[in-house]
Design a protein around this ligand. Structure first.
Ligand code: 4NP
Length: 158
């Protein structure tokens, strides 16, 4: 199963999610591919935000080799599941994907954790270290919920 996690800049939230989910997938022995992208492309080629890198490292996860890349239309074809960090990201994905948009592939990242609640992962971009710590904890819980929901349904996608 190929999963893409998407936020706006691909430097704060989705790199944390990529790092955590990859780590859990490896520990669970799942053969999922996990990658991330951002809809605005403002930070193309950049490392993750230094606070994202710092908080991940404090939790034993090294995301320093990740580089930001822009979400493209073709991603709708390439991935089985696309997780958007927030509603505005879903609108961006629809705008970029146009006729390639596949509603069944796209959902909010917090949907498996809080089904039907339409919750967004808060953007820590303008925040402090505390905001990054809180976002890390939320993303970590959400990754557990994703593993629980999809680990047994893997055959559907492979
Ligand atoms: P992210 O945070 O979407 O979690 O990576 C942001 C980073 C940069 C910008 C917006 C959000 N920006 O507009 O540059």
């Amino acid at each position: 199963m190929d999963i893409l996690i998407v936020c706006l800049g691909n430097i704060c939230r989705s790199p944390i999610a990529e790092g955590i989910l990859k780590d859990k997938v490896e520990k669970e022995g799942l053969n999922w591919i996990v990658e991330s992208a951002g809809t605005n492309g403002f930070h193309d080629g950049e490392h993750p935000h230094q606070l994202s890198t710092k908080i991940c490292l404090q939790n034993g996860i090294d995301i320093s080799s990740q580089r930001s890349r822009k979400f493209i239309k073709k991603d709708l074809l390439e991935y089985d599941l696309i997780f958007a960090m927030a509603n505005d990201v879903i609108f961006d994905i629809q705008r970029i994907a146009q006729d390639e948009y596949r509603e069944e592939k796209v959902q909010l990242f917090l949907e498996p954790l809080y089904p039907g609640k339409l919750q967004n992962v808060p953007d820590p971009w303008y925040g402090t270290e505390k905001d990054f710590v809180e976002v890390y904890a939320l993303i970590d819980k959400a990754c557990d919920a994703i593993i629980n929901q999809y680990a047994n349904h893997q055959k559907q996608f492979s």
